[in-house]
Design a protein around this ligand. Structure first.
Ligand SMILES: Cc1ncc(COP(=O)(O)O)c(C=O)c1O
Length: 371
């Protein structure tokens, strides 16, 4: 059976060998499985360009990526903590919602979904004092905009705040200076740019942060420090681990390495993105995010006409064997095309051919632009 390629933000198309790695049943206390977990945690640190010797830890947490974000927030915030959340999309809003649900103090600085955060406003807010933590989303998958995490990190550190980055859709698929971004904690998940399958997320954080926050956790199952102590102690998860997902992830990490690491993967994703945007523009589609702010992870395209029927467009593409994604921005009608996962420029070319055919079938009145 051949699955349709997923031009989505995740779960993503994975390689046959990643899927095949799951066809084993390992016990959660099996020494082989414990070795897999240990190696995997080390590989994640290596990917980030840090190490345990430098004071960094990789903590794996069951669930989707949001569970890891909630684990971090609800575990590392002391009772008198206060977050500044930088928001330009739905995932920034979600961070704020999690903080507020735990009864933790927070304020937000919002900018439009196709604009960068206002650094002067952030500086002003931090200067007002009282903030202990700053959070921002790396690639805001809502639109595909890439946020300036190093610049925000510098401001957070100037004001003595713990700095948290949701790099769910970017980590592993984008080169960036981890140490230079001054972050204290980053979260991503198994089924994004490392190209594993869903089932767990991970936090890469400073050990001193985990130690300093001992006892602050507001939940049992999402207690980040307890999870870390468990993984460090007997090498095991505290509760049933997603064994098959972890085996797939170990294979996905090997394949990332074989591809040439993050630089090579980012180059492939960029090639997917460039081919997609060039082809879509030629057909007459327009991106929502200005070109200089757009990342190569996912692109939002504006509906070409006011009466554009996205469901019909989606279904017709689906019938031709391609899966794209609805929009998520609030202020404009968009749909999204993802560039990540086990996809190559030839897949993007095939998608463009299908889009061209569907546009013809639907008699879309597009205004093609020269390439
Ligand atoms: C930036 C970002 N944050 C958080 C999430 C939520 O991850 P999950 O759906 O795995 O909980 C996503 C999912 O696409 C995302 O792109």
């Amino acid at each position: 059976m051949v699955d349709k390629p997923l031009f989505t933000p995740g779960p993503l198309t994975t390689s046959r060998t990643v899927k095949a790695a799951m066809s084993r049943d390992l016990g959660s206390r099996d020494t082989e499985f414990i070795r897999v977990i240990r190696d995997l945690r080390n590989s994640l640190l290596q990917l980030a360009g840090v190490s345990q010797a430098d004071g960094w830890e990789a903590v794996l947490m069951q669930g989707s990526g949001t569970f890891s974000i909630e684990s971090v927030i609800s575990s590392i915030t002391p009772p008198d903590g206060k977050w500044l959340v930088i928001i330009n999309g739905a995932y920034g809003e979600r961070i704020l919602k999690i903080i507020e649900r735990h009864g933790i103090a927070a304020e937000a600085i919002r900018s439009a979904e196709n604009k960068l955060p206002d650094l002067a406003a952030i500086e002003g807010a931090l200067g007002g004092g009282g903030f202990t933590h700053v959070a921002v989303v790396h690639c805001e998958t809502t639109s595909g905009i890439m946020n300036p995490i190093a610049k925000i990190g510098a401001l957070a550190k100037e004001h003595g705040c713990v700095y948290f980055v949701d790099s769910m859709s970017a980590f592993g698929g984008l080169e960036f200076d981890f140490a230079g971004s001054q972050l204290d904690c980053l979260v991503s998940s198994a089924n994004k740019c490392v190209q594993g399958v869903p089932g767990f997320g991970f936090a890469i954080c400073r050990r001193e942060l985990l130690e300093a926050t001992e006892g602050h956790a507001r939940t049992i199952s999402l207690d980040l420090t307890a999870q870390w102590r468990g993984l460090e102690g007997n090498g095991q998860f505290r509760f049933t681990p997603p064994t098959h997902t972890l085996l797939a992830f170990a294979q996905a990490l090997r394949e990332l390495d074989e591809e040439g690491g993050i630089a090579a993967r980012a180059a492939r994703y960029r090639a997917n993105h460039d081919a997609c945007v060039a082809g879509m523009r030629t057909m007459g589609f327009t991106e929502f995010v200005p070109e200089n702010l757009q990342g190569h992870i996912i692109t939002s395209f504006l509906y070409p006409t006011d009466d554009f029927d996205f469901d019909e467009f989606y279904n017709r593409l689906n019938e031709k064997g391609f899966v794209i994604y609805p929009g998520k921005v609030t202020k404009a009608n968009c749909f999204r095309i993802g560039h990540i996962g086990h996809l190559f420029p030839a897949d993007t070319d095939a998608l463009l051919t299908a889009i061209r055919a569907v546009a013809g079938e639907m008699n879309l009145s597009l205004s093609p632009k020269p390439a």
